[in-house]
Design a protein around this ligand. Sequence first.
Ligand code: MRU
Length: 344
Amino acid sequence: MKYETIRWKNDRLEVIDQRLLPGKTRYAACFTDGDVVRAIKAMAVRGAPAIGIAAAYGVYLGVRKSRARGFRSFKKELERTMKRLAASRPTARDLFWALERVDELVKKNKGMPVGELKSMVLYEAHAILDEDRRRCRAIGREGKALIAKGSNILTHCNAGGLATGGYGTALGVIFAAGKKVRRVYVDETRPVMQGARLTVWELSKANIPATLICDNMAASLMAKNEVDAVMVGADRIAANGDVANKIGTYNLAVLAHYHKVPFYVAAPRSTFDLSVADGGAIPIEERSPLEVKKMGGEYVTLKDVDVRNPAFDITPAKLITAIITERGVIRRPDRRKIAKLVGG
Ligand code: MRU
């Protein structure tokens, strides 16, 4: 990739500020856990795996200046930091997965001096970033066989390098499929416009032909047989295969089912939450009404209009042709197949 989404540089965390793309490529520096929380909330860094990676570094930033002398007081500081980070966004499973992973590591190394525990937390964040890059490449390798030569693929939101440690899940499959992809239709993805601002930018950098469409155009393209497959990412996948992803994903799944277009979800195992029985139990973030009322900083409606702004929706497993993971493809996902591939 020609850009780094997240990097550790000069003893601080830097995230490419996704609010400024595609106009400006600028990094936002995070010196504290509070900076990381603000960057996640404001969506300077976004996308399930990228949020998880940033949060892992956030834990280190929160405890690196700790003066705790013993394990118990260090653990208390660690828990306070994790609580702040966990409250930044509720839906993406990877955020909690990364925090749990760091927590487990610290607990396992209880007997270590505090200084060493701090270093371990930083190295765990590096490992999570590194692993993400490898996992996304593996998702790409697993998924590319599903793409027929000359395909037009429709994607929603941004599940690319910007949403991960640098390669992407749904876009990772598209990058890996390379020349087999004729064209990617990109939903603009109202209200935050991740498709228009971020996915188009990434595809253009990879020299993959991209055509931007408004979110309400997919049905008519499918009716004209112009879409061969839908490929999206995921924020959380329940034990039965129901998928929480960017609002509008469910619309596409219903349309794909009606038009008999395969509907694929690409996600790493860290996005699965086997503690959640089905999609109904996944917490859905409601964001500021201003995201809907304004475009480009200007009101496009009455200032006092009532607004709903759920950031994610649930696509039932029965509408999903396959989930592509780094460990293989789960066709017609159900509880048993997911437990077999993801559990353990
Ligand atoms: O609100 P966002 O932009 O963080 O939502 C992102 C998505 O819904 C992505 O599709 C998802 O996180 C997959 S990321 C590889």
